[in-house]
Structures are given as C-alpha cells and as structure tokens.
Design a protein around this ligand. Structure first.
Ligand code: FES
Length: 578
C-alpha cells in the first residue's frame, strides 16, 4: 500500500476503484487501510477491490410504481459489469414518483440531480449506470452525471404495455385525462370510472404514450447516452433485460476509454435530441429539461433553437398523444428511435459520439428506415406534417417566450383571438371552474396565473386546465389555455405553457384581467395581450406581491435559486460557469 501517493491533493481522485475519493481522517494511509477492512465486510475479495467500481444509481422505491422492476434491471446491469471485469455496487438515491410527490415531482428534480451528483462524486466509483425513467428522474440523473463528470450510461425503466378496457387500448396518462373529462361531462358513471381506473396501469414501467418519460428516454437515446433501441422497449419485454446487461458491459469500456458525458452530450448531440423531439411530437417538458442538462455543461440552448429546428424537422412519429393510435410498444415493434433517427439521418450530426463507443452514423449504418408494413414511423419524404410538433411563441404576453405543442392541439384554434377568463391561482380555478356564472365560452382564452416555478411553487403540470362542466356538456373539448405552468406530456389541447417571465416573477401574465383580448398566432409565433401600455402600467402599479411559499429548508433554497423556464428551472448555482 503506497500511502505517499495519497498525500498529493488531486492524485487520490485519479485512483481507480475503492481507493478513489478517500474519506478524510487526516491520515491517508489509515483511510486506505480502513476502507479495505470495511470493503471486506461486504464479502468482497482482495481481487474484487482491484477492479474498477461501477456505481448503479438506483431509484427503485415503493413510492414509485413506474420503477417497480428496477431491482431486476440492476441485476442485469451487474451481470454485464462482472462479465467485463468491473465491480458493480448499487446505491440508492431519492426517487421521484410523478403521482406521489407534493407539491410536484418537478419541485424535487434539482434535489435528485444534487443527490445524484454528490453521491457519484462523494463515493468511490469510476463510472455510473443511471437507473431512472419516471418523468423527472432521468433529466435529474443526467444533470447530476453531467456535473459529476465520470463516465455514465442511462438505463431507463421503459414504458408500460397498453391497458385494455372494452374495445379500447388505454394509454396512461392520456386516457386518465380523457376519462376524467368524460366523467365530468356526465358520460361516465362512478362504476365505469373505477373500471377504467383499474385498467390504466397494467404493468410496471413508465407512461406508455409519448409523454415526458418516453420523450426524455427517446432524447437520451438520441443524444447518445443510452444504447440504441432501449427507449421504446416495454418495461416487461425481456429485450430490456438484455440491453441492461449490455449497458453493464458498455460502462466498463467507457471507463477504459475515459468517455465522459461531456464528450457525448455536446451542443450537436442536443441538436440531434431536439430533432427527435420534434419528429416524434414529444413532450413540452423537454423544452425545460434539455436546457437544464445543457446548463450543467456550459451549453446554451435558447428557445429560438427549438423553434428553428421545429421548422425544419418533419414530424414522423405517429404516437399518442400527438398521434391518434399508437403507444411506445408499437414504436418498439416498428424499430424504435433508431428507425426514427435513420429517417432523420440527413438532418442529424452523424459525427456525435455515443455510449456504444461509435458515432451516430456508425450506429445507424446497422439500421433500416421505416418499413411499409407499419404506420407508426412515417418516412421523411411523406411525413405526418412538414414541421415539428412544438412551437415557441413570443409577444407582449410572453416576452421571454412560451411553448405550445401544436401536434396535440386543435388546428382551428392555432390562430385565435378571444376574451380572457382569468384564474389568479390553481385554488381560484378549482373554486370557480364550474361556477355557472363563469363568463366562459368556446371562444374564451383561459388564463392561469401564479403557477410557474416560483408562483405555485414547483412548476406544476396544471397548464391543461379542466374545462367548465357547462362547456363539456355543450360538447366543447378544447379552448385556448395560457399559463406559466407546465403540462404533462400525456396531455393534449391548444395549451400555451411556460409563459416567461412567470406571473410571480413580474411577467405580464400577472396583469391580465377578465375580458382582455388575447391573440394566439402560431403561424407568426406570437402571443399578445391586446391592452395598451398605459393601462398595463396602471395595473402594474397596483399589483400585490404575493408572500413567498417557504421561509426555510429546501423550499427556501428552491424559491430563491430556481431559474425561469427558458433556462431550464435549474438552480443558478448548479450551472457550469466557466
Ligand atoms: Fe411515472 Fe408517468 S407517472 S412516467
């Protein structure tokens, strides 16, 4: 044992395996001795301790049903690591079950990213396999791994298989929302509602439409941080086990070649991911998560980049909720994201490195384009639409931008001027949405204030506001909705989200009043409040400042440091600054 090497600051960090990052007792030699003794306590041999350590960041939790099978996935990863001479050691981080966190899972995304980063850096490991999947977990893990800077590979939980109810194939949570709307409209009784509830989640895994979890998995694959094909394979398909095992083998090779996240997740890799986002009609939440991951690497992803790429990317993914019929399992059967990327190949940066150790072009050389026997993935020449699924709008109501998922919107409403019906908060909306006197018609523009990162707090998925019963009963299923909230990637409608700055940060959204005329003009990328500057100045002068939601703890840290949506809602102090 050469303890003299350990006294030089920095050199110990370069050591492999269990000697990496020694606990500080003021005597490095003792630290080596004691750690070796404790390692034997695991039942490991001296030979095991010479191997590179692969940490497996585990987000299994009994409060996260989407991750119910991640312990089995971890075993597969471990097999792959052992096969290639590494020592796999699984460690827990916090988990973020989308439906099990208050106020929102998004509120905790940065906390998981900090947990992941610090546990990677603080514990002895040479590389890490990130096991995540449910909405915020994967972006949080990528943020943490990008900051930690050691080789990393993602293995996601994978999507659920489709649910069955009568003659329908159900997709969560698009059909959660659709079913609830029918119940509110009086078309479903309590018994039928409960039957659907019992059919929506037929297996472990993440939501099986192209919601946020599936979108982020697809983009992670597209940016090269996950093995090709893995994003769409259902959670319960044995191919996921094989790919997890292969990921265990790959991480050992990434360590040997010192391929760190920053060598894979470059600006070009993000552009590839955004192409895929637009091509599959993916979740608006990606427009928040990608800039957050990029910020950890010192890469700027302005909203204008999303819009530029959207305008030049054909939409070819026929997957719900943007598509009418298909789920992630159908995408997998059609070849998955590799086939989507093959169709987009002329538009992609082929020289980007991936976790296969090869470039995008090399990976795609083994892939065929969309096959004629299926209509899940359209061809580039005959796309579903000539442009991508997401659009960025700006204007007097959203000076720093807002996002709308046009692929899941009502095309008749994409150019629309109507009178505002304003809700000052989520609570206000809950209390008044079914008020018979609410001045709401199919022409209205619903406005929800104080629902952004600071205002709600935690940036809830509240942007897909429920429609009033009286409109539902009249057959109305969509109106233009505008807010500083997010929405679930599984939701649909003509819904403008992430309005920035948010109302609680002084954005003009706070100044809207009932009856103000609002214009949404997607063709010209505009969102405008048709009220004079003088009137807005008068309203601003009488605007009340709302008290902060927290005065201590993580909540206070969040409120004081969270960035606005266009910057990814990361904490400013976590972004790479050099
Ligand atoms: Fe976990 Fe949808 S609730 S992915």
């Amino acid at each position: 044992m050469d303890s003299t090497k350990l006294t030089s600051k920095g050199e110990d960090f370069k050591m492999r395996g269990h000697l990496r990052g020694l606990t500080n007792y003021g005597d490095p030699g003792f630290s080596v001795f004691a750690r070796g003794a404790y390692a034997r306590g695991f039942g490991l041999t001296k030979e095991d301790l010479d191997k590179p350590i692969i940490g497996i960041a585990q987000t299994w939790s009994e409060l996260n049903p989407c991750h119910r099978h991640l312990r089995e996935i971890a075993e597969a990863v471990k097999r792959g690591v052992w096969q290639t001479g590494g020592l796999p050691l699984e460690f827990p981080t916090i988990s973020l079950g989308e439906m099990y966190l208050n106020p929102t899972a998004m509120f905790f995304r940065n906390l998981l990213s900090m947990d992941t980063e610090e546990m990677i850096k603080g514990q002895p490991m040479d590389g890490v396999v990130l096991l995540g999947g449910c909405d915020k977990t994967l972006p949080a893990q990528l943020m943490g791994a990008a900051s930690a800077g050691i080789p990393a590979i993602c293995v996601t939980a994978g999507p659920m298989i489709g649910g069955r109810f009568e003659d329908k194939v159900l997709g969560a949570c698009s059909d959660c929302r659709g079913t609830w709307a029918e119940y509110r409209a009086g078309n479903y009784d309590d018994e039928r509602l409960e039957e659907v509830q019992g059919s929506l989640f037929p297996s472990t895994g993440t939501c099986m439409v192209m919601g946020t979890a599936s979108t982020m998995a697809s983009l992670t694959e597209a940016m090269g941080m996950m093995l090709p094909g893995l994003a769409a394979v259902p959670a319960v398909n044995s191919n996921r086990i094989r790919l997890a095992e292969n990921s265990g083998r790959r991480i050992v090779d990434l360590i040997e070649k010192d391929i760190t996240p920053e060598k894979i997740i470059t600006r070009k890799a993000f552009e590839n991911a955004i192409r895929v986002l637009m091509a599959v009609g993916g979740s608006t939440n990606a427009v928040v998560h990608l800039p957050a991951i990029a910020g950890r690497l010192g890469i700027d992803l302005p909203l204008s980049l999303f819009d530029d790429i959207s305008r030049t990317t054909p939409m070819i993914g026929n997957i719900r909720p943007s598509g009418q019929k298909y789920l992630m399992e159908d995408l997998a059967a059609a070849g998955g994201i590799p086939v989507v990327m093959k169709e987009l190949e002329p538009l992609l940066h082929g020289d980007c490195l991936t976790v296969t150790g090869e470039t995008v072009t090399e990976n795609l050389s083994k892939v065929q384009g969309a096959q004629p026997w299926q209509d899940v993935i359209y061809t580039r020449e005959k796309p579903i639409s000539e442009e991508g699924g997401l659009v960025i709008v700006k204007g007097s109501l959203a000076p720093d931008g807002a996002v709308i998922k046009i692929s899941a919107a009502n095309s008749d409403l994409l150019t629309h001027t109507g009178p505002a019906v304003v809700f000052s908060s989520q609570q206000d909306l809950v209390e008044r949405i079914d008020d018979p006197d609410l001045p709401a018609t199919a022409e209205s523009v619903f406005v929800l204030q104080n629902t952004g990162p600071i205002g709600a707090p935690g940036f809830p998925e509240a942007g897909s506001m429920p429609l009033p019963k009286k409109l539902l009963e009249a057959g109305v299923r969509d109106v233009v909705r505008v807010s500083d909230a997010r929405m679930s990637g599984t939701a649909s409608g003509t819904i403008v989200l992430h309005v920035a700055p948010e109302a609680a940060a002084g954005g003009p959204l706070a100044l809207v009043r009932d009856g103000d005329m609002i214009t949404l003009d997607v063709t010209n990328r505009r969102l405008d409040l048709n009220v004079s500057e003088e009137e807005l100045t008068r309203r601003r002068a009488s605007l009340e400042t709302l008290p902060p939601h927290y005065d201590r703890g993580y909540g206070k840290l969040f409120i004081e440091n969270v960035l606005q949506a266009p910057d990814g809602c990361d904490f400013g102090f976590l972004r790479k600054t050099e």
